[in-house]
Design a protein around this ligand. Structure first.
Ligand code: ATP
Length: 264
């Protein structure tokens, strides 16, 4: 589990201020959702957290160590999951451990048994153990995203960063993927940051929420504090109808008896 400190983070692209002096601290193991309209700086924040982007000013500190380059304990999941369609779910998951073996070992799948076990356990965490040998391209969008999560888990991260992981999915698959992400984060005690557009899904799974507007942090709080006023502050003049749905189902998604439609 890793504690994250973000200290006066600023990122500019020419005249565009993508992040404007953003600061916060997240204790180890928290499940954080980043909210904001398109262009508010969500991806830039996640990319600075993972060191895929270098901040213009400020810093990210993970477990007391400033981030100066990508580190294997931080795994990133992308909207377009970037998995290899011609490879099986298992081979894709196994490739998450590439930082622990040579390129040749990875291509020829010469990893040791422990490494192979990690990939199978990761597939089990996302409910795809029985589909391990299936080619990724034959899987649904939601299943492919779950393979992407399994690959990230095989990396054995302490921090999971997911950039709009359900943006291209239908509502049912989006719920499924969020349920598995939440389950994985809980099971493995991961500090997790997920950027999302769908406020109702965010509210259902998130523990803490960071709201960005024009690159500035305009909200940082917990579920009970995420009121309609706060949503207005984050989304400004944008019509949020359909983005903030007060669902009847406010059950704890970790509750085995809940009826979210996800199959764990
Ligand atoms: N590589 C880049 N070069 C120039 N401008 C960029 C670059 N990346 C992001 N920006 C700009 O920085 C601002 C924040 O972008 P960012 O992608 O972080 O927002 P976002 O909230 O993730 O949006 P979306 O939900 O559409 O992905 C936007 O104005 C965007 O155009």
């Amino acid at each position: 589990m890793s504690k994250i400190v973000v200290d006066n983070l600023r990122k500019t692209y020419g005249d565009t201020v993508a992040l404007d002096d953003v600061s916060f601290e997240v204790p180890a193991g928290e499940f954080v959702i980043i909210l904001g309209v398109s262009g508010s700086g969500k991806s830039t924040l996640l990319r600075c957290l993972s060191s895929l982007t270098t901040p213009t000013a400020g810093e990210v500190i993970v477990d007391g160590e400033p981030m100066v380059q990508p580190r294997p304990e931080l795994a990133m999941i992308f909207q377009q999951h970037n998995i290899v369609g011609d490879m099986s779910a298992y081979s894709n998951a196994l490739s998450g451990g590439i930082n622990r073996c040579s390129f040749t070992e990875s291509v020829l799948q010469l990893q040791d048994l422990e490494e192979k076990q990690r990939a199978l356990e990761a597939l089990d965490t996302v409910g795809l153990l029985e589909e391990a040998e299936q080619k990724a391209r034959r899987m649904s969008g939601g299943q492919q995203q779950r393979v992407g999560i399994a690959r990230a888990l095989t990396q054995q991260p302490e921090v999971l960063l997911a950039d709009e992981p359900v943006a291209s999915l239908d509502p049912g698959s989006a719920q499924d993927v969020m349920q598995y992400l939440h389950h994985a984060a809980n099971e493995r005690e991961l500090t997790t940051f997920i950027s999302l557009h769908q406020v109702n899904i965010a509210r259902k799974y998130g523990q803490r929420f960071i709201g960005l507007h024009n690159g500035q942090k305009v909200f940082d709080g917990y579920r009970d504090e995420l009121t309609l006023d706060v949503i207005d502050r984050i989304y400004g003049d944008i019509d949020t109808d359909g983005m903030f749905v007060q669902t009847d189902d406010q059950t704890d998604p970790t509750d085995e008896n809940n009826e979210t439609g996800a199959t764990l």
